[in-house]
Design a protein around this ligand. Structure first.
Ligand code: CP
Ligand code: NVA
Length: 308
């Protein structure tokens, strides 16, 4: 039985297989063909943090696959009052068929998965956001930019940056990450990505120079400077990220055909300007919609693995 905790656990072939499945199911969905890939299955969805896209994509996704989603906010279940994760996992995984969790430290999802009888999907941890990257790469493929792909990630060395690192390292594309000093990506995650990159041929560079990073790229992406759980650091962060906004001037350094991606929610005037977010190069709403299709691909793939 496989879990979906980080992209580092997946091979290039598996990632592309899941994306092909997502594309197939997307086409079927667009044609109003709703096939029961997961009839009568229940997806438990545990949220320790807020969510719009992740909740809606998984809940709608499992319903369209013939199952049902169970929204479990940690403030409403006993987990929020201190029931151990190991007990929560053993109880919930005896009743549902798959679990998606959004939580804080990655070790929490690893602990949950260790005790779970069913596949566990990472719906965001402080360190990673792999299901978002599946939607992002699907959007890149649909835009026809997956060949000779060069991605610039500008901003915080956070869960999105780490998942971009893993995706580049696995699929073998060029990724340039530019963060302010003190907000670099995690050194261990970077070291592992560089190791994996040796096999895939990925070119990964890290700097504190956003303009140089964006130069000649085909995808420009960023994320909030203040992630969930960092609200107390907001004032300091806004000062430290000065110069890292992706605005029209920054975007003009990329190739003409370049697209702009953002996992959302976006904070206009901070990590991205209004004109870039709403501009013709921005594919943010296709990207958001692709959460639904990509998440279905992940769920169906995991279900098939279990039954193989
Ligand atoms: N991008 C993303 O995961 O959005 P939500 O926080 O709304 O789920
Ligand atoms: N880095 C952000 C992503 C939100 C989808 C956070 O963790 O809050």
């Amino acid at each position: 039985m496989r879990h979906f905790l980080t992209l580092a656990d997946y091979s290039k072939e598996e990632i592309l297989e899941i994306l092909d499945l997502a594309k197939q199911i997307k086409t079927e969905t667009k044609n109003k063909e709703f096939k029961d890939y997961m009839p009568k299955q229940t997806l438990g969805m545990i949220f320790e943090k807020s969510s719009t896209r992740t909740r809606v994509s998984f809940e709608t996704g499992i319903y369209q696959l013939g199952g049902v989603g169970l929204f479990l906010s940690s403030s409403d279940i006993q987990l929020g009052r201190g029931e151990p994760l190991s007990d929560t996992s053993r109880v919930i995984s005896r009743m549902v068929d798959m679990v998606m969790i959004r939580t804080f430290g990655h070790e929490k999802i690893e602990e949950f998965a260790k005790y779970s009888k069913v596949p566990v999907i990472n719906g965001l941890t402080t360190e990673y956001h792999p299901v978002q990257l599946m939607a992002d790469y699907l959007t890149i493929q649909e835009a026809g930019l997956d060949k000779d792909l060069v991605v610039a990630y500008i901003g915080d060395g956070n869960n999105m940056a780490h998942s971009w690192l893993n995706m580049a390292a696995k699929l073998g594309f060029e990724l340039r990450i530019a963060t302010p000093k003190g907000y670099e990506v995690n050194a261990d995650i970077l070291a592992k990505a560089l190791e994996m990159a040796k096999e895939s041929g990925a070119k990964i560079t890290i700097s504190n120079d956003p303009k140089a990073a964006v130069q000649g790229t085909t995808v420009v992406t960023t994320d909030t400077w203040v992630s969930m759980g960092q609200e107390d650091e907001k004032e300091q962060r806004l000062k430290d990220f000065d110069g890292y906004i992706v605005d029209a001037k920054m975007m003009s350094l990329a190739q003409e055909k370049a697209i702009f991606l953002h996992c959302l929610p976006a904070y206009r005037g901070y990590e991205v300007s209004e004109d870039v977010l709403e501009g013709s190069q921005s594919l943010i709403f296709d990207e958001a919609e692709n959460r639904l299709h990509a998440q279905k691909g992940v769920m169906v793939w995991l279900d098939r693995q279990r039954n193989a």
